[in-house]
Design a binder for this molecule. Structure first.
Ligand SMILES: [Ca+2]
Ligand SMILES: [Ca+2]
Ligand SMILES: [Ca+2]
Length: 192
């Protein structure tokens, strides 16, 4: 599946590419605003909400904020589209920075907060297994939400908090160890 599969492709790069493929809902090889509109549409229809509903509007705003936060750092040539090379290259260098400094930069944490808001459809400040499942289906992942969610929910209280999201994001970003629970954060699965 991964187009540049080779023994040199690290697990982390495969994770970035797998998330990219999920986000590219239009399948045109780039991630742009249309893909995020498609994700929102799938989520709101799964929730049985029309576009004018206040929950739909909040969700749409959260996804557009997430896209803006991503493209501010990832869209190197400024054409409004993020291609696979920009995406994988960006997260690879972010991972190297995090390993070097030991901290996730403030702007990357702001992106995570946008991600939390995008998944948190009932607005209670945390992600439930149902919300995670709605997100996975909206991005076209075939992963079982329950299995993935158990890995993400560190303290087992049935919710993924922002703190847990930060821990798992760090693993998703930097780990090449297939046994780390955070590997499944963005797509609910290990890349093939
Ligand atoms: Ca696309
Ligand atoms: Ca929630
Ligand atoms: Ca938890």
């Amino acid at each position: 599946m991964w187009p540049f599969a080779s023994p040199k492709t690290s697990l982390r790069q495969q994770k970035y590419a797998d998330w990219f493929r999920c986000l590219d809902r239009t399948g045109d090889g780039s991630v742009d605003r249309d893909d995020f509109e498609a994700i929102v549409l799938t989520m709101t229809s799964a929730l049985g909400k029309g576009a004018a509903d206040s929950q739909s509007r909040a969700l749409r705003a959260a996804y557009m904020d997430l896209f803006d936060a991503l493209s501010a750092h990832l869209d190197e040539d400024g054409d409004g589209k993020i291609d696979l090379d920009e995406f994988v290259g960006f997260y690879s260098s972010l991972a190297a920075d995090v390993e070097r400094t030991g901290t996730v930069p403030r702007w990357a944490l702001a992106q995570l907060r946008c991600l939390l808001e995008s998944l948190d459809t009932d607005g209670d400040g945390a992600i439930s297994v149902e919300e995670f499942g709605t997100y996975l289906r909206a991005v076209g992942s075939d992963a079982a939400a329950e299995t993935a969610f158990r890995l993400l929910d560190e303290n087992g209280d049935g919710l993924v908090s922002l703190t847990e999201l930060e821990t798992r994001f760090r693993e998703w970003l930097t780990s090449d160890d297939p046994s780390r629970p955070g590997n499944v954060l963005m797509t609910g699965r290990l890349p093939e």
